[in-house]
Design a binder for this molecule. Structure first.
Ligand code: ADP
Length: 268
């Protein structure tokens, strides 16, 4: 009892040492397992805060350096324009990161607002395809979307759109020209399966178990401006699971990746 009372947030690595096989021993083991879970949760929280601060610090440092430089002495207007463009781009990145962080915080607190309706996945993919086609063209990639199908799920249309758009953004980002990206939909038993495929750089097998974790990036040395926040796939997984579904990936380095989103169909 005394050890349990002494254990605080700052020393969650401590355990209660009762090694008897009676009720007291079982109680100590149960408490130890609980302290272990709390310790892990605190560690994750600390890591999350430190990663989030780090992610925000980079664009802030660029904004500060760029504005200090621009204000240092009089410059031609084209220089000011260039500085403002950089500042604007970094602010947009920060703003989208803060939105993602807020969404995740709401999700963690169980305070998300879901607006579940009947969503026709075929139509959703067809609507997305128009935007994706343009993005692919800009990068010199081809885009195919399979035959439209009438598969209806119960879901939050805006969040499902966000999920597929994140996956398609990644497919485009990690596929060099002249490659291709595709989105297709099929039914498997009581599940609808959306597959987002690309012929891009692929993901090493040892990284695959971690890519759905918050802030995880395969290429840690990648320049900040080139990539997203590392939160995209964590959000995708959360949205899929909140719909009673799941997300999986198959990938081969140098050949490409396919992300599968499984969603339960509306039962008749
Ligand atoms: P990011 O914002 O960095 O893209 P994500 O959470 O969306 O973060 O993805 C995590 C990591 O998984 C990425 O940094 C990238 O290394 C890898 N990844 C995601 N999608 C793909 C893809 N289609 N092809 C190759 N690598 C990918």
């Amino acid at each position: 009892a005394q050890t349990a009372q002494e254990i605080e947030e700052s020393d969650l690595s401590r355990r209660i040492s009762v090694n008897t096989k009676d009720e007291l021993g079982r109680l100590a083991a149960t408490l130890n397992a609980m302290i272990g879970r709390l310790e892990k949760a605190f560690q994750r929280q600390k890591q999350f805060t430190s990663d989030a601060s780090h992610e925000l610090r980079t664009p802030l440092a660029v904004i500060e350096a760029e504005s200090t430089l621009a204000l240092h002495k009089d410059r031609p207007s084209s220089d000011y324009r260039q500085s403002l463009e950089i500042i604007s781009q970094e602010s947009k990145q920060m703003s989208s990161l803060v939105d993602q962080l807020l969404n995740l915080a709401r999700a963690d607190a169980g305070k998300e607002q879901w607006n579940f309706t009947e969503v026709n996945l075929g139509m959703l993919i067809t609507n997305l395809s128009t935007d994706v086609e343009v993005l692919c063209q800009e990068k010199g990639l081809s885009f195919q979307s399979g035959q439209p199908q009438d598969l209806v799920v119960k879901g939050d249309e805006a969040r499902l759109r966000e999920l597929f758009m994140n996956l398609l953004d990644n497919a485009i980002r990690y596929t060099p020209a002249p490659g291709s990206v595709s989105a297709s939909l099929r039914r498997e038993g009581q599940m609808a399966v959306v597959a987002i495929m690309d012929t891009g750089i692929g993901i090493p097998a040892e990284d695959i178990p971690f890519i759905f974790e918050r802030f995880y990036r395969v290429d840690k040395s990648r320049p900040h401006a080139e990539g997203g926040s590392g939160l995209g796939l964590a959000i995708c997984r959360h949205i899929a699971e909140a719909h009673g579904g799941k997300i999986e990936v198959e990938s081969q380095v140098g050949a490409g990746s396919t992300f599968y989103v499984w969603l339960p169909m509306q039962s008749d």
